[in-house]
Design a binder for this molecule. Structure first.
Ligand code: NDP
Length: 293
């Protein structure tokens, strides 16, 4: 039976380390890291994420700045706000909650953020830094996955890693991070042939597809480490909905060496890594060395 990788507990310990680093920064340098979160519109899921981010930012001893704009906000109005946040010395991290309404080009907005405040790591400069091995801000969800993998396996070098999914926010940065750890990386997607065989070659299998329980145990190499990024809401018993991942946990658990559950695996690591990135950005902005890991 696979070990269940407890991302929830790891996220609690990471947030505690962030909190201690924040207290130390305030004591030694009078610096309080600040995170600005911008929400445009009323999407219920986004509202929950933004609320959680604000709460956990304050719990870590940082400043939280929330900007809630109406659905009708124009791209120009949003860009003006981004400029103000870029110029605000109390704001070290800026996160624009996606998706944005149709009238706003999300690429234009993300690339208007000062790359050194881009705590989501989506700015083209940070994408370039990640893929060339330069220091920068790394997308939170893949960073959380990598943190769990390194905690579980230690040195990842030489391992065969398969990432299913090639999105800009999860799959591609995940592959870059694994490559930087000297894994042999395969990126699979909807056009991949013989996906089952590709997955069976993985010592590390990362599923970031968005299809409920798509990957069964038969696709998993015995003893592999499986990271399930998927968050899918499905109809459960008595009409209630429940969350499942992209892997079929019951059958995968019987084969894998270790696997993250959904919920309680990768999900909680995302906000913990966002807080970590905000401290990193605050330190960099003030010429202070950053060593949390
Ligand atoms: P996207 O929809 O942007 O990307 C999905 C990827 O899966 C695409 O590359 C797509 O391929 C690939 N794919 C789709 N169907 C198949 C298939 N049948 N076989 C192989 N590959 C397939 O999703 P995201 O990357 O944004 O998110 C993926 C999942 O992770 C979602 O469930 C999302 O909710 C979750 N998520 C969780 C987070 C967390 O904090 N834990 C954060 C972000 C996302 P193609 O490119 O060819 O279309």
């Amino acid at each position: 039976m696979a070990k269940k990788i407890d991302g929830k507990a790891f996220a609690v310990s990471l947030r505690e380390r962030v909190g201690k680093a924040v207290a130390q920064l305030q004591q030694d340098h009078g610096l309080v890291p600040g995170l600005a979160v911008v929400l445009v519109g009323e999407d219920p899921a986004s509202q929950v994420y933004v609320r959680n981010k604000g709460k956990q930012t304050l719990e870590a001893g940082m400043r939280s700045f929330e900007h809630k704009l109406s659905d009708a906000t124009s791209e120009t109005e949003l860009l003006v706000l981004i400029d103000q946040l870029n110029a605000d010395p109390d704001v070290h991290g800026i996160l624009v909650q996606l998706p944005l309404p149709d009238q706003i080009d999300s690429h234009a907005v993300i690339n208007a953020i000062n790359p050194d405040k881009d705590v989501d790591g989506f700015h083209l400069i940070n994408v370039g830094r990640l893929s060339t091995g330069a220091p920068g801000l790394v997308p939170c969800t893949p960073l959380g996955c990598l943190t769990l993998l390194k905690d579980e396996l230690g040195d990842l070098s030489g391992k065969n890693a398969v990432v299913v999914g090639r999105s800009n926010i999860v799959g591609k940065p995940m592959a870059s991070l694994l490559l930087a750890e000297s894994c042999t990386v395969t990126i699979a997607h909807s056009r991949t042939k013989d996906l089952a065989d590709v997955c069976r070659g993985a010592d590390i299998l990362v599923a970031a597809v968005g299809r409920p329980e798509m990957i069964p145990g038969e696709w998993v190499k015995p003893g592999a480490t499986v990271i399930d990024v998927g968050i899918n809401r499905v109809e459960g018993a008595e009409g209630k909905t429940r969350l499942v991942g992209d892997v079929d946990y019951a059958s995968v658990e019987a084969v894998a060496g270790a696997v993250t559950p959904v919920p309680g695996g990768v999900g909680p690591m995302t906000i913990a890594c966002l807080l970590r990135n905000t401290v990193q950005a605050a330190c960099a902005a003030n010429g202070i060395s950053f060593d949390l890991d």
